[in-house]
Design a protein around this ligand. Structure first.
Ligand code: BT5
Length: 333
């Protein structure tokens, strides 16, 4: 089912006109005629859009033109414009700044439709796994959560992290970025962490109420805080200038396809991506627990997404979640 998004507010209609006439100036007169509003009202909306970060230039005698994106805010309107997914991202809760999109998503999950997106330009308390922190600087990345309500057995839920990881790698690839997956939830680019996934769930023993899929991706950061300096990178730092809205659009489509497959146990394409783009299969790793750090070789990922390990004493083990690090001097991850 194709859904066409119509701009709902007058301000959205003004952005729409500017986005559609990207290369040319458009006069205030023609905007006012198109929308049936006064010139003064056009000017008022332009002023307010400029405040939101839209780089709109005005030239007397010619009108207005929208320049390339500077450091401009995400807008739900631009995210929804031309969306190719049918339910992922169709409802959007946008915040300029928030503590954590995962936390907010959990609050609204029960009454929200599946696929609802919570997204922010900045998080003041972005979370990683095990109460770790996710650094989420203003306008430097994508920080978002998707509300999911799959009718699946509880044991299958943790694989969703990897479904999202595979979809992310696929999306990166479509922008020419060769990212790898460090099982189970890190996305690595040139040996450093470019994105992380945090999947949280509310469930009873035999029923899932909802799952919150939280994703953080570094886009524009060039300097990282001391604590992550050695291990983090951004798309811009690695030489890629990708617009966040464009990336999201692709990702929602890739993830929605993979999610639909996952719901009917068709995970072959996902597994193929996971194995082909794994940063750990075939590598010497450490398996980290609260008690110890054990050397092992990562052999494969099985059809349920478990990591198959071979320890130094010849024992084999399958782990379905956990913490690993890759051995080797120049590996920070
Ligand atoms: C993760 O945890 O990698 C999951 C990150 C999920 C973040 C998203 S943002 C939207 C949504 N809302 C939230 O509040 N969270 C989700 P973990 O595997 O535990 O990795 C955390 C570790 O990654 C930290 O301890 C740091 O070492 C490192 N780290 C923190 N911020 C980073 C960043 N921006 N880039 C790269 N590495 C980072």
């Amino acid at each position: 089912m194709e859904k066409e998004l119509k701009p709902s507010s007058t301000k959205e209609k003004v952005i729409d006109i500017l986005l559609n006439s990207k290369e040319e100036y458009i006069s205030g007169e023609s905007i006012s005629q198109k929308l049936g509003i006064s010139r003064a009202s056009v000017w008022k909306h332009i002023k307010s859009l400029k405040k939101e970060g839209f780089d709109i230039e005005s030239k007397s005698g010619s009108g207005y033109i929208l320049n390339g994106k500077k450091d401009r805010r995400l807008t739900p309107y631009e995210i929804k414009r031309n969306l190719e997914s049918s339910f992922i991202g169709q409802n959007i809760e946008y915040f300029k700044t928030i503590d954590s999109t995962n936390k907010y998503a959990a609050r609204i999950a029960e009454k929200s439709a599946e696929g609802t997106l919570v997204i922010a330009d900045e998080q003041s308390a972005g979370r990683g796994r095990l109460a770790r922190k996710w650094v989420s600087k203003d306008g430097q990345g994508l920080y978002f959560s998707i509300i999911l309500k799959p009718k699946i057995e509880l044991v299958k839920a943790s694989f969703l992290t990897q479904v999202a990881g595979a979809a992310l790698v696929k999306t990166f690839k479509s922008f020419g970025v060769k990212a790898e997956i460090k099982w189970p939830n890190d996305i690595i680019l040139n040996g450093k962490k470019i994105a992380g996934i945090l999947t949280e769930m509310s469930a009873e023993i035999d029923r899932i109420f909802y799952i919150i899929l939280g994703i953080g991706i570094n886009f524009y950061g060039e300097e990282f805080d001391l604590e992550i300096k050695e291990k983090a990178t951004s798309l811009l730092k690695e030489g890629y200038k990708i617009e966040r809205e464009e990336f999201l659009k692709e990702f929602f489509k890739d993830f929605e396809d993979a999610y639909k497959d996952f719901l009917c146990d068709k995970n072959e394409s996902t597994l193929k991506i996971l194995r082909k783009n794994s940063a750990v299969i075939g590598k010497e790793i450490y398996v980290i627990s609260s008690k110890e750090k054990k050397k092992a070789k990562a052999l494969d990922i099985d059809s349920q997404g478990n990591l198959l390990l071979l320890y130094e004493n010849g024992e084999k083990e399958k782990i379905f979640t956990g913490e690993i690090s890759i051995r080797g001097k120049d590996s920070y991850i």
